[in-house]
Design a protein around this ligand. Sequence first.
Ligand code: SAH
Length: 234
Amino acid sequence: MKTQFSLIALIILMLYNFLPLLAQDKYEQERANMVKWQIEYRGIKDKNTLDAMNAVKRHLFVPPGNMSNAYNDSPLPIGYGQTISQPYIVAYMTELLEVSPGDTVLEIGTGSGYQAAILAAFVNHVYTIEIVKELGISAKERLKTLNYDNVEVKVGDGYYGWEEHGPFDGIIVTAASEYIPPSLIDQLKDGGRMIIPVGSPFSVQTLMMITKKGEKIKTTSLIPVRFVPFTRQK
Ligand code: SAH
C-alpha cells in the first residue's frame, strides 16, 4: 500500500515537472492542425515546405495582440497597412518556387519575416528586402532572436533586386506589381524561378511563375490572389 502510494506520488511529481516542458510551445497543436487542414488538405505535398510550415512559429511573427489568431486560415495585419499572408498562400508559393537546400533565394517584401523564415528553414541563404523601414528593422531583429542566421534583411526598394548577391535560384515577390521588374528577371539564374503577384494593386491580381532557360523567359499564370501593393521609393 505504502509503495503504491509513493509510486503515485512519484508519477504526479514527474507530470508536474514535465508537463510545462511539453506545453512550452502551446501553439504546436494549432500549427499541426494548420498544416494538416489548411495546407496538406488543399494539395501541398512538398516535404521541405510542410516541415518548414510545421517548424516555424508563426505566432512569433504577428503583433502580440493577434497571437491567438496566428494559425487562422487568413492573412493578418502587421502594421503600416501591411499584412502577413495567409498560411496556405505562403506554403503554395514556397512549393512552387521549387528550391532546395543548396539554393539562394531573394524575397521582395520582408514584412514580418515569416516567408523568409519558412524558406530559411531549408534553403542555404535568403536575402530579403523591405521598403518600410520600421518593418524591415523589426523583422531583422525578430529573425536574429529566433536564430535564422541564414537570412539577410535590407531596407530599401526591392524593384532593383540585390545584384551583389545574385543571380538567385529563386525569387519570391510578396507585394503586387503592375508588371515584372526587369532587374528581377536579370537576377534570376539560368534554370531559376520567380513567383510574383502581377496586376492592379486595387483589385484581384494573378500569381505568376516566371522561368528562365538560357535566353528564354516563360510566364505562366497560376491563381487569382490579393496582395498589398508593390510600392516605389520616391
Ligand atoms: N512576406 C511577408 C508579407 C509581406 S506583405 C511576410 O511573410 O510577412 C508585402 C510587403 O512588401 C510589405 O511589408 C510592403 O511594405 C513590402 N513592399 C512593398 N513594395 C516593396 C518594394 N518595392 N520593395 C520592398 N518591399 C516592398
